[in-house]
Design a protein around this ligand. Sequence first.
Ligand SMILES: [Zn+2]
Length: 216
Amino acid sequence: MTFGEGDLKLTAVGHVLRALDLLTQDGDVAGVAQVLDRAEVCGLQKCARGCVVHAYIAKGWSPATHGASFSVGSGSINIEFRDGSRLVLDTPDPVSAFITAFDRGEYPHLSALVCGFDIETDEGPHRCANLFRVGTECPEHGPAAPIASRPEAPAVASSKYRYLHVVQGNYGQGWEDLTASENRAEARTDLRAYRENERETPTRLIQRRELREQQV
Ligand SMILES: [Zn+2]
C-alpha cells in the first residue's frame, strides 16, 4: 500500500464522518433538514449523486484532495477510492429517514431546480445541468426557464424578455461574447465560421435572456 493513497482515504472518510456528525447532531429528521437548510444546499430526488445530502457532504470535497467519490442512499453511503477499493458506511437513522421523506417530495424547499438551458459546446449541444434552490437562479442563465427547449417559440416574441443566441470564445481569460443574434440559425453559422477561422480557440453557443427595453 502506498502511504499517500492511505492518507487520502483517511481524509475522505474523515470528511464524510464529520458531515454525518453535523447532520445528526439533533438526532432526528427535523434536525437533518435544518442543517441542510442552513447550509443552503439543494438536490434532486432519488439521485445517489445528486440528492441534497450528497450536496451537503460534497461541500468542500474535491476528488483531487480526497482521492475518492461517493454516493448516498437511505441504506448506505459508499465511498469509492481511486484504487478501486470502497468503503460502505451505514446511513445514520435520521439521515436515512430524511432521505426517504425527501424522495417522497416532503422537503420542496430543499429540492433543486435544474436550469436546462440549451448550450452548444465543442462536444455538441447539451442542456445546462446547474442546480439551484427554489427562489434563486442559475448563475449563468438566470431563473429556470422551460423556454430552453423551444428558443424560437412564438410566445417568446411577446414576452418582456428577448432571447439571444450568443457565440462565445475563450482566449484564456474566460468566456467572452463574440456575436449575438436572436436567430439561432444565424448564430450557428457564426459559430461555424469562428470554428473554421480560429481552430485553436474554444468556442460555444449559449442562450441568454435579456429584459426587453420598454417600448414607449
Ligand atoms: Zn444554466
